[in-house]
Structures are given as structure tokens and as C-alpha cells.
Design a protein around this ligand. Structure first.
Ligand SMILES: Nc1ncnc2c1ncn2[C@@H]1O[C@H](COP(=O)(O)OP(=O)(O)OP(=O)(O)O)[C@@H](O)[C@H]1O
Length: 968
């Protein structure tokens, strides 16, 4: 079969109309019309015009033939074209396409090309695809010559080009010509200069060098076999700088191919087996047609040889678009290799997404896989029935192109590239890294893809955990310290200090509490005090549902530190909360007995008067203040501490990881500076002086354990699971915000107020907005509510009020002077008014589930039975709100929120911005694996604290985890 090569022709003495007709034929040939059942309308109209204008005798006859050809057999179409050529006074079709060029024709053709963008202009010699003019040996020798050796001269690499191995390995490669993807990649191969394949060798079995293999992923994309310079550049521009980047471009999804059946519908992903190409004559570069016979029964080796007609089936024609892209694909050795690979009548397996063409039983496939089947046995067919990965495109690079490049890399992926010790992969039932990459990109079935994904998720989590733990170990001096730390992570239950071991001050404070601690609080503080006694800075997250009593646990931790002669800083996210904590602590200290000198406390917020704030700073520096409570002001530049040992960060999610880190390092730095030249504490050892303060972070938005681990990795987690005795769960009611809904809400409010309760009314905005008139506003409704409940006084609290006014409003509500508090979400965190018994949330759908749970936590903090009324603006919004009615468990709701909104929304901007990226893992689904990864990381570090025993792992770690991710 000879391929048509398009050149511009200059037949002598041809009339203008004749030239036009000839051009039309050229265009049709370029578009692939030689192989099309239906000639294009363009061709049809041109033939008509030419025939008519040139007053040829045959117009009717010709048009009739053309018309017929629309449904004629393909051979007849070919004949028609030949006939047209003859009428144009050419001896045969080939003469139409001679090699001379003609500027005028060229111009015309260029014009035509503009109208028909599918046409690719170019000059090229005719190519004999199937002339067998070159032997395979010759092909090999040609392939050996252009070498641009860049990476890994491993035998595996080279096996890629071994002509014998090609047939075996190329089954999934498209098009399957010497692994050179002609559809997308090979345009520049024609000049030979940019052909970047490796030297061919037969030593395929030689053992590859381990360390080189492990460095494979960091290899530049210049090492991707057969990649042209232009494509390397494009990939590089889109951020694919290394093999790893490319291999980590994971499929978006997999399509499950079905075997072709009789009732094909547009858009289906199907597998066909058929003969390629159907033409024995010439064919275009742009399109190959494969004829496939579908019998209507399942394809089996037995029925494959039957013709479709025998079984009442159909013959389908698949138009494989962009088979070889354009006329530039003419590098002779390459074409010879095509010739070797594609023999007319070859049995091929084609899979892809079908698009129906106008002609019956004709389908177009733009993205496809085509595999030549060596024989008709079942195994080769079965191999094709695998999930088809669908890739996302990136920066203008098509999914097909990316998948082809990835496919190339997979062909040369060293088997021994896994940095994970075998023991780990075996223990956790994970495939090797090589198998994971192959499994995710070219899975044989969905189970394999799943397993591969598991391994890749494991890696994402594992390296994060490893990095964080590794960094912690690096901060410790002796092997013993490191062992102790690892042991602590392995057996967290062992680590709690009995009350007898607590400082005298802590015990006295405990006795001053008006209640006894719940078992959960007790074990939390025991764990924390155990940590505080270690010469290693603690980094602990104290979690608990709203109102479970975290604050008192944090106070006890501060007492323990102060009891040992150090200072404590307690940072709250809002002034309101700082004041509340301050007052609470002050009251408790007042009641404390049995200590000669009570700890001195200070309050430092943005609103603290300058003079007072200067005094507090001085006292902190001199050590006169032992516990300071405040807001961000505590981490201001000018603050210096005398002997800071613990930093409590309340509602830590409000601060963000970076801020927390700054706080940490700030305290560390200043504590050293401030200690220089002054010794405040008798038992301050030299080592202690240089120790960073312990950090106790508290979270009232329960973060699912998985998320916490992912966020902090090294952080120890303490959870308060129970609620103080006597708490009655808050009843939650959902209402639609219509007239009847409000009527009911107001009547419930009145009932509660009449029985001595206090009501929070929470609004999404302060003032009414013209843009969002449906939102109820706190200020705007003050008057309405006051009128509605004339026997009760109302207060207003929102973020724009002055600090003193806010404090006053809250004080009045707490004392009972006001019974209704109209507020915005400023009260969401931490506000503690035990007598408040009802919370009404307007436009509740505007808040997240975790946020609503927080708001709900403002009531039910005392012994009164409390209610939370959520008013949704529309009936639609009620569905999500109902979830809150079903559960009062903050952890459960946080998990639901994580599932519904993802970690970003759950954590809020500040925090989610520092969430490490997990390209494969979804925390909400795969969180459990974090725990496994954590255990694995502990195991590895237990074996080798500095990872010296695992050099590959260490190298991989440094590659994966830049320090900015590891801490602040
Ligand atoms: N063991 C206990 N028994 C009874 N009451 C307790 C106990 N522990 C704490 N409380 C009280 O419960 C209320 C809530 O405590 P606290 O403010 O510490 O909770 P929290 O977990 O910090 O809540 P939030 O998440 O809202 O900040 C406070 O009034 C506190 O005095």
C-alpha cells in the first residue's frame, strides 16, 4: 500500500477550473477523503462547479457518480477519484500529486487550508509504508545512531528499543510503533536532530545499579525516551521538570471499557477487534479506518473468526483520527518501522471513546489505544480489557499527550527504585513503588489501581510523618532522649504523671475548683504534666467537644509550670475570650488556699492602655508576672519573657500554623535573650535555659484525628471525650424562616424567658445589606426584638463594638441584667455563660456544620436544659441543618463536615493553607492510613534515628519534604 504524500502540483496547460478541481482532490486527499465513505460537501460542490463552468460533457454523469459514492463501497470511491483524475487528463491519480510546486496553487491551497484547519501544509517525499524496502535490521541500526544519553543507561531502559521486546511491551502503547508516539510526539523526529532515544543494546538482563535506579524519579524529563526538545520544553513549562512530576500526574478516573456490541451509542468507551487498515490502497496520514465485525455475542476466541454476517452481526468502521499526525511524519526509518508494525489485514484491538459519524456504522475515535494482536488467542484480547486512565490536561498539554509521555517513562521504570524498606511494604501489604506507578497509570484491573493508589497514599502520609518525627529527633541530643521520645509515641498510654507527682501549686489549684475533674480531664492533665516534666519541648493538641472543660486543664498545666518557677503565657484569639479567661483564673486563684504566695497574673490585649501594657511587659521581663493571658499581643516584638516554659494557644485553629510557629520561636528567642545575665529560677539548669517552651494548643473545633495528624504530624494528641457531670444534651430544632417558623421560634423563646432562661440570638451580619436583603442583621433587629419581648431587656454584641462595650454587654448578659443577647458570630468561640439556655441562629445555612456546633455549644454549659433553634432561610437549606439535630458529637460532625466540605473549609483559610498537599489521598476517606504511616515512620526511625541505615529513604525524604512544610 502506498501512502499519499501531498505536494503541490503543476500540470501543464491545465485550465483554471481544472486546477481548482485538482486542488479540491488534493484537499480531499489531505483530509483523508480517499478513505471516507462520504465525500465532503466541499468536494461535491467543487466538482459540480468545475464541471458546470468548464462545460464538460459529463457533469450529470459525474455528479450522479459522486452522489452514489456517498453510499458506495469504498473501492468505488477510489475508482471515482481515479475517474476524476482521468477526466482531468491525468494518466492516473499519482500524476495529480507530482512533486513540483506552484506558488499560485500553493496560495490557493493555503486559502483552502484556512477554511479547513484540518489540513496540514508541508512538503514531503512519498512514503512507501508497506513496500518492505527496509529490513528491520536497518531500522535498528538507524535507531542506534541518534543518541542523546542523559539518564540511566540501564538495560531496562534499553530494552525499550529492543525490536524483539517491542512487540511484548508495546501492547498498550499508542500508536505502537517503536514506542514513538506518532500521534503526538514525533513531529520533530523527521529531521533526526531531536531524536533522544538511548543507545540500543542487547544486554537487557544486566542488573541495574540500585542507587541510579533510586535516583530515577529525580531525573530530568530530558531522559524520557524519544521525547523531542520541543516537547521537553513544553513539559518543563507546565511544571513537569522531573520524572517524578510526570509520574505524579495521576489519572482523574478510569473508564471501564466494554466489548463492542451491536447497539453502539455515542460517547461509549468500547473495545473493538478488527482488521487494520481496511484499504489495500493508499491511505492518509491523518486517519486510519479499522473494520470490525461485531457478532452480537460476546467476543470469544471461538467466534472471532466468524464473519459478522454469519451471526447476524454488523461491520463497524472505526476512523482513527490523527493516526500519524500530518505529512511531516516522514522520517524514513520511522516509516519503515511502521511498515514493519502495520501490515494490511493485521488483527488489531482498538479501544477508545466512539463518536458516531454520519455514515451508518461509522465511528470516529480521537483518543484511542491500538494494539496489534499477534494471534487470535484469548490472552491477548483479555489483556486489553483493563481500565482506561483518564488524565486531566495541564497547561495546554492534552491528556493523551501526557498519558503517552507517562507511558514512555513506565517502560523504563527501574524495578529496584523503591526507597521504602521491603519490611515496611510487606508489613503493610503494599506493592513496590514500581508496581504502584505501573498500577496507577496502567492498571490491569481496578483492584490493581486501588492497591497502587493505597501505596501512593501511604507514601504521601509516610514521608510527612517521617519528616516531622525526624526533625524532632534531630532536635534532641542523646540517643536515650530519642529512644524515649519514640517510645512515647509508640506507647502514649504510659505517659501520665500521677497526682502525687504534680507540683504543690497544681494540687492547691485543683482543690480550689468548685467541681471535681471528669476522668477524661484528669487523664488529659496527667498526660500533659508528664510531658511538662520532660526536657523535650511538648507540642500537644488538646481537643474536646465544646464545653467539655479544656480551659481548666490548660490552667492546671500553667500552674504546674509556675509551680516549678517558670512563666506561662495563655493566648486567646479574641479579646473577649482573653478577658473571660483572665477573670475565671483570677476568681479561682482567689479561692485557692494552702500556698504562701499565689501566682501573679496579667492581662495583655490590644486594648490595654499603653502605660499599663508597658508595666506588664516590664513585669514579664523581670518575672514579676507568672501567668500572662492575652491575645496576639503576647507575640509582639517587644515582649520579652523571663522564664517562659509553656505557651497555651487557645482555639489554635484561629491562628494558623505559621503564626503558631512564630509564637513558638519568638518565645524561644526572647526567653534566651531575657535570661542572659539574669537568673530567676533556682532550679533552672543550663539545658533548660536553651529549651523552647512547651506548646499546648487547644481546639474547640474538633478536628478528626486524621486531619490533626496530617496537619501537625509530630503533635501529640490529647482528647477529652466526656462531658462534666450533670450536663443535659442540648435539644436542637430546625425551622424554616417563614412566618409560621418565626412564630413558633418566638413562642419557644418566650416560654424559656418566662422560666428564667437567657437567650442568644445569633445573626450572620451586623447591619442590613442591600445586596443580601435576605440576611437578618443584629443591629437592625434590636428594636424589633425589644418590642416583641417588652418584659425582657436586650443587649447587642458584635465585632465592631469597642472592647469595653463588648465586655459590658457580655457582663450584663452573664449577670442576668439582660436576658436576650443579639449577637454576631463573635460569641462562637469560648464564650461561657453557664446560665444561657437558648440559642437561636438566624440564616443558619450560612454557617458550616462545625461552626453551628460551636455556636450550639454556647448553651447547655450549666445544669439547665437548653435548646438550640436553627432557622434556615429556605426549605432546601434545612436538609444539611438536620444533621445537627441528629448528633451532638462534635467529632462525628467534624467528620461529616470533612466529608462534605473537605479539609480546607473545615479548617478555615488560615489553617488549611498550611495543610500539606495530598495529590492522591483524600483525608476524609483515607485518614486511617495516616495511622499506619505514622507507625511505619516510628518503626523506621526506631531502627535508625538519623536514617543512616536507609540512605535511599533519606534522599527521598529530602526530595519530598522541603523544610517549609515541616514547621514554621
Ligand atoms: N469537671 C467539671 N465539672 C463541672 N463543670 C465543669 C467541669 N469542667 C469545666 N466545667 C465548666 O464547664 C464550662 C465549660 O468549660 P470550658 O470553658 O473550660 O470548656 P471548653 O472546653 O473550653 O469550652 P469551649 O470549647 O466552648 O471553649 C465552664 O463553665 C467550666 O467551669
Amino acid at each position: 500500500m502506498a501512502a499519499v504524500t501531498l505536494s503541490f502540483v503543476q500540470p501543464c496547460g491545465m485550465c483554471f477550473a481544472g486546477r481548482r478541481l485538482r486542488n479540491v482532490i488534493v484537499i480531499e486527499a489531505q483530509r483523508g477523503s480517499w478513505k471516507r465513505m462520504r465525500l465532503s460537501n466541499f468536494f461535491f460542490s467543487q466538482v459540480w462547479k468545475v464541471s458546470y463552468r468548464s462545460k464538460h460533457k459529463f457533469p450529470d454523469n459525474l455528479l450522479e457518480r459522486v452522489e452514489k459514492s456517498a453510499t458506495a463501497r469504498l473501492e468505488n470511491q477510489s475508482k471515482l477519484i481515479t475517474k476524476v483524475a482521468a477526466l482531468m487528463e491525468y494518466d492516473n491519480v499519482d500524476d495529480v500529486f507530482d512533486k513540483k510546486s506552484d506558488e499560485k496553487v500553493k496560495e490557493e491551497l493555503e486559502l483552502a487550508c484556512k477554511r479547513f484547519p484540518a489540513i496540514t501544509l508541508g512538503y514531503s517525499p512519498p512514503v512507501e509504508l508497506y513496500s518492505k524496502s527496509k529490513s528491520s535490521k536497518e531500522t535498528n541500526s538507524i535507531l542506534k545512531t541518534p543518541t542523546e544519553n542523559s539518564f540511566l543507561p540501564t538495560p531496562m531502559h534499553l530494552g525499550w528499543l529492543d525490536p524483539d521486546s517491542i512487540s511484548g511491551t508495546l501492547s498498550s502503547f499508542c500508536p505502537e510503533v517503536l514506542n514513538v508516539d506518532s500521534s503526538n510526539l514525533g513531529e520533530e523526529i523527521s529531521d533526526g536532530s531531536s531524536f533522544t532515544v538511548q543507545t540500543l543494546t542487547s544486554e537487557v538482563e544486566t542488573t541495574a545499579d540500585d542507587s541510579a535506579a533510586q535516583l530515577f524519579l529525580s531525573g530530568t524529563i530530558g531522559s524520557v525516551p524519544g521525547l523531542s526538545k520541543r516537547h521537553s520544553y513544553q513539559l518543563d513549562n507546565c511544571g513537569f521538570h522531573t520524572m517524578r512530576k510526570l509520574l505524579h500526574h495521576f489519572p482523574r478516573t478510569y473508564v471501564d471499557f466494554q466489548n463492542a456490541h451491536l447497539d453502539i451509542e455515542d460517547g461509549q468507551y468500547l473495545i473493538f477487534v478488527g482488521k487494520s487498515p481496511v484499504f489495500q490502497g493508499e491511505f492518509s496520514f491523518l486517519e486510519v479506518i479499522v473494520s470490525c465485525e461485531v457478532t452480537g455475542k460476546d467476543r470469544t476466541p471461538e467466534n472471532m473468526s466468524y464473519s459478522a454476517d454469519d451471526k447476524g452481526g454488523k461491520t463497524f468502521f472505526l476512523h482513527l483520527k490523527r493516526f500519524f499526525r500530518g505529512a511531516r511524519f516522514t522520517w524514513q526509518p520511522f516509516l519503515n518501522s511502521i511498515q514493519e508494525k502495520h501490515r494490511p489485514g493485521d488483527l488489531v484491538c482498538v479501544s477508545g471513546k466512539v463518536k458516531a459519524l454520519r455514515a451508518e456504522n461509522h465511528f470516529e475515535m480521537k483518543e484511542y489505544n491500538i494494539d496489534v494482536l499477534r494471534d487470535e488467542d484469548e490472552s491477548s484480547l483479555q489483556a486489553q480489557e483493563r481500565p482506561y486512565p483518564v488524565y486531566p490536561s495541564k497547561g495546554g498539554l492534552t491528556p493523551k499527550f501526557l498519558s503517552d509521555v507517562i507511558s514512555r517513562i513506565l517502560r523504563v521504570l527501574p524495578a529496584n527504585m523503591d526507597p521504602l524498606p521491603k519490611e515496611i511494604t510487606t508489613t503493610f501489604g503494599l506493592p513496590s513503588l514500581h508496581d504502584a506507578y505501573t498500577g496507577i497509570h496502567e492498571p490491569k484491573n481496578l483492584d490493581e489501581a486501588d492497591l497502587a493508589r493505597k501505596r501512593l497514599i501511604f507514601d504521601e502520609f509516610f514521608y510527612l510523618q517521617l519528616a516531622r518525627l525526624y526533625q524532632m529527633l534531630q532536635g534532641l541530643g542523646t540517643k536515650l532522649e530519642k529512644d524515649v521520645l519514640l517510645e512515647k509515641f509508640k506507647n502514649p498510654v504510659l505517659n501520665s504523671a500521677y497526682i502525687e507527682d504534680w507540683s504543690h501549686l497544681t494540687k492547691c489549684f485543683l482543690n480550689a475548683l468548685p467541681y471535681s475533674l471528669t476522668p477524661s480531664q484528669l487523664s488529659a492533665i496527667s498526660e500533659i504534666i508528664w510531658d511538662l516534666k520532660r526536657p523535650i519541648p511538648m507540642n500537644r493538641l488538646l481537643q474536646g467537644d465544646v464545653g467539655c472543660g479544656k480551659t481548666v486543664v490548660a490552667f492546671l498545666a500553667c500552674m504546674e509550670v509556675v509551680g516549678s518557677g517558670y512563666q506561662a503565657a495563655f493566648m486567646a484569639p479574641t479579646e473577649l475570650l482573653a478577658i473571660q479567661h483572665y477573670e475565671q483564673l483570677r476568681d479561682l486563684l482567689e479561692k485557692m488556699e494552702g500556698v504562701s504566695s499565689k501566682p501573679t497574673i496579667g492581662l495583655l490585649t490590644g486594648s490595654t492602655p499603653t502605660k499599663q501594657s508597658r508595666m506588664i511587659r516590664q513585669d514579664l521581663q523581670s518575672g514579676a508576672i507568672s501567668i500572662v493571658i492575652g491575645t496576639h499581643s503576647l507575640i509582639a516584638e517587644k515582649i520579652e519573657y523571663s522564664a517562659l516554659r509553656i505557651a497555651v494557644v487557645d482555639e489554635q485553629q484561629r491562628f494558623g500554623v505559621i503564626q503558631r510557629g512564630k509564637f513558638n520561636s519568638k518565645l524561644y528567642g526572647t526567653s534566651i535573650i531575657s535570661k542572659t545575665g539574669s537568673s530567676n529560677s533556682d532550679d533552672t539548669s543550663k539545658a533548660d535555659l536553651n529549651m523552647a517552651p512547651h506548646v499546648l494548643a487547644m481546639s474547640a473545633t474538633p478536628i478528626p484525628r486524621s486531619l490533626a495528624l496530617a496537619l501537625y504530624g509530630d503533635i501529640s494528641l490529647t482528647q477529652i471525650t466526656g462531658m462534666p457531670l450533670g450536663r443535659i444534651p442540648v435539644e436542637t430544632h430546625i425551622f424554616e424562616g417563614n412566618e409560621s417558623g418565626f412564630k413558633e421560634v418566638y413562642s419557644m423563646m418566650l416560654k424559656d424567658l418566662n422560666s428564667g432562661g437567657r437567650v442568644y440570638l445569633v445573626y450572620p451580619v451586623i447591619d442590613q445589606s442591600e445586596q443580601l436583603p435576605q440576611l437578618r442583621a443584629a443591629s437592625a433587629e434590636l428594636e424589633t426584638i425589644s418590642k416583641k419581648f417588652p418584659n425582657y431587656s436586650c443587649g447587642l454584641l458584635h465585632g465592631r463594638m469597642k472592647s469595653d462595650d463588648k465586655e459590658e454587654a457580655l457582663r450584663k448578659f452573664r449577670s442576668g441584667e439582660t436576658q436576650i443577647l443579639l449577637s454576631t458570630q463573635v460569641i462562637e468561640i469560648g464564650v461561657d455563660v453557664p446560665d444561657a439556655s437558648m440559642m437561636v441562629v438566624m440564616n443558619a445555612e450560612r454557617f458550616g456544620i462545625a461552626q453551628l456546633h460551636q455556636l450550639r455549644g454556647r448553651v447547655g454549659r450549666g445544669t439547665r436544659k437548653s435548646k438550640c433553634l436553627l432557622i434556615g432561610s429556605t426549605a432546601n437549606s434545612l436538609k444539611r441543618l438536620k444533621m445537627l439535630g441528629k448528633s451532638s458529637d462534635g467529632f462525628y460532625l467534624a467528620n461529616i463536615d470533612l466529608l462534605l466540605r473537605g479539609p480546607g473549609d473545615l479548617l478555615g483559610k488560615k489553617q488549611s493553607g498550611h495543610l500539606p498537599e495530598f495529590p492522591v489521598a483524600r483525608l476524609e476517606m483515607d485518614g486511617n492510613m495516616l495511622q499506619e504511616a505514622h507507625i511505619a515512620a516510628l518503626k523506621v526511625l526506631g531502627d535508625s534515628h538519623d536514617l543512616e541505615k536507609f540512605p535511599a529513604l533519606k534522599a527521598e525524604l529530602s526530595m519530598r519534604q522541603p523544610l517549609c512544610l515541616l514547621g514554621d
